[in-house]
Design a protein. Structure first.
Length: 428
């Protein structure tokens, strides 16, 4: 029976234990200080014992980020600039993967007006904008990618993977969920193509096969290549990725040579379904966030559309412990490659039960690392203080900061008070 502290092999990478920091936007941005910003978060995580860190989504093209806080990895120089940070993480014994992707229709050039004013080209899309979304994209140029352009995009993923390996990363994860471009290929809500990339589950997932082939060719067959596979909570009307679609896609990515899979339940829209918890009221209660949102979207209609999406997502998807359990447990029964569990895991007992029960091979937490950079200690050392659930209250007050390019951190005053009290007790 595996244990949380056991090592795991993923491609050429050996992960020292089964606990990982799931990808969230760290807000490091794209300046010369980005590697240091990542190091300030990741090195303490590694020192505390976490097995794997997945660096939050970075963009393979110059345009296509979903937030000003995302990092560009569209050139070799950009990726190699991360090498000192990667080396510092690995020196503490942790492995580190780079999550890569593109925002597609939800690139910030669509909604962030200062970036839209400098847009060099149209938004990249899988198909024409769904009818229900067209009012929100009025006046925004959109380009439906040709088959040749999708092939070229797969080659770019391969290039970035090769640069990542050169920089010392242990692997990559495809950012293929959370309504980003690869998710838009997988979803029948967006994908209505009439070429080989549209139609059946197998056809919609073909882009993943093309990317996997290019990663293997350019970065090496053994370079860890992992992927998120989404199932969608359906909209009131319209098609979506069903659970069975997602499980079939898990089988396909195993056939195509991916080294691990992370099944997740998300929304077809980029709302807070992916981070279940409270309504992110910091968007209108936190003055810095409110000011940034007004600057990003000075037009009232667009700004209220964004606010409505975040509010509706929080209202529709309250926090539920281990909310992806049925999905990752079903995936584990369908594939032999490692399955990553994530979503609502908040106690060491939950983490141990998932691994020891054979429900998944790796257990991830995301937002709780904002509140506790040494979080791994309490999961891997059961007697280490503090005992009990993580400090994170799942308020989602950190989510707007991710969207607006602010530092990835906990913005919940109640958590800050709990953390201060904990430090006083430890000091005393």
């Amino acid at each position: 029976m595996p244990a949380l502290g056991d090592p795991l092999r993923i491609g050429a990478a050996t992960i020292r234990n089964r606990l990982y920091r799931a990808p969230v936007l760290e807000g490091a941005g794209d300046g010369p200080d980005a590697p240091d910003a990542y190091a300030r978060q990741f090195v303490p995580n590694a020192r505390a014992g976490v097995g794997l860190i997945i660096q939050g989504s970075a963009c393979i093209y110059e345009e296509g980020r979903t937030s000003p806080g995302m990092t560009l990895v569209h050139t070799r120089e950009r990726v190699l600039a991360m090498a000192p940070m990667v080396q510092a993480v690995r020196a503490e014994g942790a492995a580190i993967f780079l999550q890569i992707g593109h925002g597609g229709l939800y690139a910030m050039e669509a909604w962030h007006e200062p970036y839209a004013s400098r847009r060099k080209g149209p938004l990249l899309a899988v198909s024409t904008v769904p009818l229900a979304l067209r009012p929100a994209f009025r006046g925004v140029p959109v380009h439906v990618m040709t088959t040749a352009e999708v092939r070229a995009m797969a080659e770019r993923f391969g290039d970035v993977a090769a640069w990542a390996r050169e920089a010392g990363y242990d692997g990559i994860q495809l950012g293929s969920a959370n309504a980003k471009l690869l998710d838009q290929f997988l979803s029948p809500f967006y994908n209505r193509r009439d070429d080989e990339l549209g139609g059946s589950v197998e056809a919609r997932a073909l882009v993943l096969r093309w990317i996997r082939d290019e990663v293997a060719r350019r970065a090496g067959e053994d370079f860890a290549c992992t992927v998120k596979v989404p199932a969608e909570r359906g909209l009131p009307a319209g098609r979506h990725i069903t659970v069975e679609d997602a499980l079939r896609t898990c089988e396909l990515v195993e056939e195509w040579g991916f080294h691990a899979v992370t099944p997740v339940e998300v929304s077809p829209l980029p709302d807070t379904t992916l981070s279940r918890g409270g309504v992110p009221r910091s968007l209108w209660r936190n003055e810095a966030m409110r000011r940034r949102l007004r600057s990003a979207s000075p037009r009232r209609v667009r700004r209220w559309t964004l606010l409505a999406g975040y509010t509706l997502g929080g209202w529709r998807s309250p926090f539920r412990p281990v909310w992806n359990r049925e999905l990752f447990r079903a995936a584990k029964q369908r594939v032999a490659i490692p399955v990553f569990a994530v979503g609502g895991i908040r106690t060491p007992d939950e983490a141990r039960a998932i691994v020891e029960g054979g429900e998944a091979d790796m257990v991830g937490l995301g937002r709780p690392f904002y509140a506790e950079d040494d979080l791994a200690r309490r999961f891997l050392e059961p007697d280490a203080p503090p005992v009990g659930p993580v400090l994170c209250e799942n308020s989602n007050l950190c989510v707007p900061a991710q969207m607006l390019g602010m530092k990835g951190a906990c913005y919940n005053p109640a958590v800050a008070r709990k953390r201060a009290e904990l430090r006083r007790r430890e000091a005393g």
